[in-house]
Design a protein around this ligand. Structure first.
Ligand code: GLN
Ligand code: ZN
Length: 774
């Protein structure tokens, strides 16, 4: 009989009711102590292991839990907390953990001689946060320099192993692999190469593996997702000796790869001296045959067959068609699992109260995915007849989704198919448009503006929440929003800004606001996914063809414009950002879905223009994060992404000025694609990498107008005039002055009014000094 072993790579850690989030936040506010927080963590682990056991998995996975971030767990376990935090021996582990994650504010520092172990110095910023591969999860970035040392420094993992064993579970431990851990970190000294730390690091990994072995653990899943990236030759060459070295610990290692095809590393991955290999069959099904040919039969093969990144119910028939021959070829031995950690999907969707029964039947959260794994295992071992009912139900749901009129809209299809080839071209080239726009808008040099949102006061949020709950009549809600708009307009006029915004008081979230009004999107009540720390997001589910039922922003913008003679900027979210921050349908290419969103947003752009709005901003902060993990696929993505933006924008006349906005990512490597979007003006965050970004724009000779953010909106600090002036002068040294705008880095919704007004007043002053240096 076949032996099909089932497992998972990682489970969501927040809890079905986000228990961990609330416990963390209570702890940070000082409302609960460490013991209570730890009790919550222990209870969640217990529950999540039990779910794995109930689904009949052969192992429960230990090591995926974290009070924030699994990479931060490794930093502590491996004893490489950066020296800059100045920790001394007496700061408790969890307290250090939260300082790494959240930083230490200067004002919270203790005096010299304080026994708590804090160094008395200025504040220490938290570890940097960066996106985990192409997901919306942010990990804490390890910091390395030549003095970095490693060694088993935390008993947390061993404690969790003991916990699971005490509950009677068979344990597989997950670790982030040594090469991926180094790769994801940052070099904190010039000329230093973090790969030079590998030898030391491996010694620490061996120590961990030996201790796990002594604790009775037989399998350790070692994640090396960087095998799905293009790596420098030295990194590729490091794998074989590194894993040879780990073999000394005499532990069965399952090397896990995910998110991306192995491509040029496939042979390497199949040849490493480990006990098993996990392959992401959702992202790289086409590599299965090659892996089957190359992976020695004495190694275990784990196939990630259920999508760990998306929420759709698995087509179990298709999965079996792929698994059955693989099982035969492996002579009746196979492991099956979700494609990657389930961290990236909601814990359950089968009972979400905001979704109707039909939609629910199409979806699978983590819990439902475990059941899919169970059904597949049964079908493989005992034959499909053993799970006839389950297979039938899955088949029916998949078929219903495929043929549902809610998914396909013939009008949308026809519009995409017959889109004229010039639909993504403005009428005239930039110089000509700019002349018409300047004549119409009559703005001074260095025009000032903001990025869209203004402080979301408790009042505003309260009104929105009450309206949502049905506790506030629509007329009252509209009135409240109008007064928020009027207030924002009055303040901007008083400050003396040139191009105004309505302030986005009606928006809870820049994607949700549009998703809720567009056809083809669904929203869950409880579909939370961890973003970072205690922060969770609830991405919309984009299940069907996208179209716009009615104008979405015109009324608010028109009202705002009626209050002022200055230009009022219409404010929209771009198609790629909407795509990127949603769970996207898997039954058509992302490019097709992006085009549908673009066409719906294009209608909104044209309605705004028709209403007399002369400046329209289409935000695309997420364009960079949509980049594929492999460079070879960048060009294709950038081509369809920038086209989607142009389709959104290009219907307007020359006199309508199109802005876009981007922030909090590296943009220098995609500047040509950003230029290809052909926005008249781009406002872009520059505070984190000031000169670098500007240098990029100068070297590439970005052709259109630019507003480099002159201050960081993340702190209540009011930047002095000179500081912003200095930054703008730097900008004017590399970008022609007549193409420069003056604006903050990003939207101001997380700020309060007093600092917002003070900062903008200074910003306007800086612009005046630029125009007219005495
Ligand atoms: N217009 C949005 C705002 O001002 C832009 C937000 C963003 O870039 N993330 O809030
Ligand atoms: Zn922004």
């Amino acid at each position: 009989m076949a032996i099909v072993c089932t497992h998972l790579l990682g489970f969501p850690r927040m809890g079905a009711a986000r228990e961990l989030k609330f416990a963390l936040e209570r702890h940070w506010r000082g409302e609960i102590g460490v013991a209570e927080l730890e009790a919550t963590g222990r209870e969640l682990r217990r529950r999540h292991w039990q779910l794995q056991r109930d689904a009949g998995l052969d192992f429960v996975t230990v090591g995926d839990f974290a009070y924030g971030d699994h990479v931060a767990n490794h930093i502590q376990m491996l004893g490489c907390e950066p020296a800059r935090f100045g920790f001394t021996g007496d700061v408790p582990e969890l307290a250090r953990y939260f300082m790494l994650a959240r930083g230490v504010a200067a004002e919270h520092q203790h005096d010299d001689g304080c026994a708590c172990g804090h160094a008395a110095a200025e504040g220490r910023p938290a570890l940097e946060m960066t996106k985990w591969f192409d997901t919306n999860y942010h990990y804490l970035v390890p910091e390395f320099d030549a003095d970095t040392r490693f060694g088993l420094a935390s008993r947390r993992l061993l404690g969790e192993v003991a916990e699971a064993q005490a509950l009677g579970h068979r344990v597989k431990v997950v670790l982030l692999g040594p090469l991926s851990f180094l790769w994801l970190g940052k070099e904190k000294a010039d000329g230093f190469d973090r790969l030079s730390l590998l030898e030391r690091l491996l010694a620490a990994y061996n120590e961990v593996l030996i201790r796990l072995g002594a604790a009775g653990v037989q399998w350790v899943q070692v994640d090396e997702p960087i095998l799905g990236l293009d790596l420098p030759p030295a990194w590729v060459a490091a794998f074989e000796p590194a894993y040879r070295r780990l073999a000394a610990a005499d532990m069965s290692i399952l090397l896990a790869t995910y998110f991306s095809p192995l491509q040029q590393h496939l042979e390497l991955a199949c040849g490493l001296p480990v006990a098993g290999l996990h392959l992401d069959c959702v992202r790289a099904p086409h590599e299965l045959d090659q892996v089957l040919q190359r992976l020695p039969l004495e190694r275990e093969l784990s196939l990630g067959i259920v999508d760990g990144r998306n929420v759709w119910r698995t087509d179990l028939d298709a999965a079996l068609t792929l698994l059955q021959p693989a099982l035969a070829q492996r002579q009746g031995r196979l492991w099956i699992a979700p494609s990657c950690s389930l961290l990236h999907v909601p814990i359950a969707l089968g009972d979400d109260s905001a979704l109707d029964a039909e939609l629910r039947s199409w979806l699978a959260g983590a819990v439902e995915k475990l059941d899919e794994i169970r059904v597949l295992q049964q079908a493989l071992v005992h034959g499909p007849a053993a799970v006839r009912r389950e297979l039938f139900a899955a088949r029916a749901a998949v078929a219903a989704r495929a043929s549902s009129p809610r998914v396909k809209n013939a009008t949308v299809a026809a519009r995409c198919a017959t889109l004229p080839s010039n639909a993504d071209r403005r009428q005239s080239p930039f110089e000509q448009r700019a002349a018409v726009q300047h004549a119409r808008l009559q703005l001074p040099p260095f025009p000032t503006t903001t990025i869209g949102s203004f402080p979301q006061t408790a009042d505003i949020r309260g009104v929105r929440a009450a309206f949502r709950r049905g506790a506030l009549p629509e007329a009252d809600y509209r009135q409240a929003m109008r007064s928020a708009i009027a207030d924002a307009v009055a303040r901007q006029e008083a400050i003396g800004l040139d191009v105004l915004v309505h302030g986005e008081a009606e928006r809870n979230d820049m994607v949700e606001y549009f998703g809720e009004q567009l056809e083809g999107f669904a929203f869950t009540a409880n579909g939370w996914v961890q973003s970072y720390g205690s922060r969770c997001v609830k991405p919309p589910i984009l299940f069907g063809d996208v179209s716009r039922a009615a104008p979405m922003t015109v009324e608010w913008t028109e009202y705002a414009q009626s209050l002022t003679r200055r230009p009022m900027k219409g404010m929209l979210t771009g198609p790629i950002t909407i795509l990127q921050w949603s769970f996207v349908r898997d039954d058509q290419p992302r490019a097709d879905t992006a085009l549908q969103i673009a066409l719906a947003m294009r209608d909104e752009v044209l309605d705004l223009e028709r209403a007399g709005i002369a400046v329209i901003q289409i935000d695309e902060p997420a364009i960079r994060e949509g980049l594929p993990l492999r460079r070879s696929q960048w060009a294709d993505y950038l081509a369809w992404a920038s086209r989607a933006f142009r389709v959104t924008a290009a219907g307007v006349g020359d006199g309508t000025q199109v802005h876009t906005h981007m922030c909090y990512a590296e943009f220098n490597d995609i500047l040509p694609a950003i230029a290809a979007m052909d926005a008249d003006v781009i406002t872009i965050e520059t505070s984190r990498s000031q000169m670098e970004l500007l240098r990029g724009f100068a070297e590439f000779e970005y052709p259109n107008e630019i507003g480099p953010g002159v201050y960081d909106i993340h702190s209540p600090r009011v930047p002095p005039v000179e500081e912003m002036l200095h930054l703008m002068r730097k900008a004017a040294a590399v970008v022609p002055a007549q193409r420069l705008w003056v604006n903050p880095d990003c939207g101001l919704k997380t700020r309060a009014w007093p600092e917002t007004e003070a900062a903008l007043r200074n910003m306007v002053l800086a612009a005046r000094l630029l125009r007219d240096p005495q």
